[in-house]
Write a protein that binds this ligand. Structure first.
Ligand SMILES: C[S@@+](CC[C@H](N)C(=O)[O-])C[C@H]1O[C@@H](n2cnc3c(N)ncnc32)[C@H](O)[C@@H]1O
Length: 238
C-alpha cells in the first residue's frame, strides 16, 4: 500500500492486482475514511455507529434505563452505542437486536439472527422484548437488484414494515429512527408517521457519506395508537 501526495493511503495496482474494481474502490474508500479509522480507535464495530451518535447527541432519545430495539444490527455499531447509552450491560436498560447476519456478542444486547420480513419475526421479536419499548432503530438496507423501481419499492417497503412494527411496540412518547433513501418514494411513509408521531423529520448526519442518498427519518413523540399485537406487558429489564 502507498501514500498519495495528500498523505492518504492508496491501493496500488500491485497491492490490489487481484481485487475486482468494485472491491478496489471499496477498499480505497475504507482506507481513506476518517470514520473507519475513528471506529477502530474507539472500539466500535462500524463507522455507522457515528451516525447514531450524531443523531442522538442532537435529539437525546437514548436515555439510561430505557428499552431499545435495533433492526438490522450487524456488525453491531448501533447496538454498542445504544447499549452504552441505556446502560444495558448492568441491566438498567435493555437492547434487543436482530439481523439476517450473525453478530458477535455485545454485553447487554439480546441478539437473534432473524429476517425481519419473515412471517414469524414480529412474534419472535415481541417475545424477546417482553413488553413495550422506548426506541425502535432500523438501519436495515434491503439488498438491491439493480432495477431502480424494484429497489425503491423494496427499500420503502422495508421501512414501512419497520414503522408499522414500531407503532405496535412503542410506548407513548417513543422514538423511531430508520434509514431511508432520498427518492421521493417515502412520501406515504412520512404522511403516516406524521399521523402517529408528534414530530417527523429527515436527518443527514455528517458521518453519512455525502455522495450517498442515504438519510434517516426521525419520528419522535409516538402518540400511542392502538396496537395489533399484544405488547402491553411491562418491560423486562433483567
Ligand atoms: C448498514 S447495515 C447495519 C449497520 C449497523 N447499524 C451497525 O452500526 O453496525 C444493514 C444491515 O441490515 C441487515 N438487514 C437487511 N435486511 C434485513 C432484514 N430483512 N432482516 C434483518 N436484517 C436485515 C443487513 O444484514 C445488514 O447487516
Amino acid at each position: 500500500m502507498a501514500k498519495d501526495t495528500t498523505g492518504r493511503l492508496r491501493v496500488t495496482v500491485k497491492s490490489a492486482g487481484r481485487l475486482k474494481l468494485s472491491s478496489k474502490l471499496w477498499l480505497e474508500r475504507q482506507l481513506n475514511d476518517p470514520y473507519v479509522a475513528q471506529a477502530k480507535r474507539d472500539g466500535l464495530r462500524s463507522r455507522a455507529a457515528y451516525k447514531l451518535i450524531e443523531i442522538d447527541d442532537k435529539y437525546h432519545f437514548l436515555k439510561p434505563g430505557i428499552a431499545v430495539v435495533d433492526l438490522g444490527a450487524a456488525p453491531g455499531g448501533w447496538s454498542q452505542v445504544a447499549a452504552k447509552r441505556v446502560g444495558a450491560a448492568d441491566g438498567r436498560g435493555k437492547v434487543v437486536a436482530i439481523d439476517l447476519l450473525e453478530m458477535p456478542e455485545i454485553v447487554g444486547v439480546d441478539f437473534a439472527q432473524l429476517d425481519f420480513l419473515h412471517a414469524e419475526a414480529p412474534a419472535k421479536l415481541l417475545s424477546m422484548i417482553g413488553g413495550k419499548v422506548d426506541v425502535v432503530l432500523s438501519d436495515m438496507a434491503a439488498n438491491t437488484t439493480g432495477h431502480r423501481k424494484t429497489d425503491q419499492l423494496r427499500i420503502v417497503g422495508l421501512v414501512e414494515d419497520a414503522a408499522a412494527f414500531a407503532c405496535d411496540v412503542l410506548k407513548p412518547g417513543g422514538t423511531f429512527v430508520a434509514k431511508v433513501f432520498q427518492s421521493g418514494a417515502d412520501a406515504t411513509l412520512v404522511t403516516q408517521l406524521k399521523r402517529d408521531f408528534v414530530t417527523v423529520k429527515h436527518v443527514k448526519p455528517a458521518s453519512s457519506r455525502k455522495d450517498s442518498s442515504e438519510r434517516y427519518v426521525l419520528a419522535m413523540g409516538f402518540r400511542g395508537v392502538p396496537t395489533t399485537h399484544d405488547a402491553d406487558a411491562p418491560m423486562a429489564t433483567s
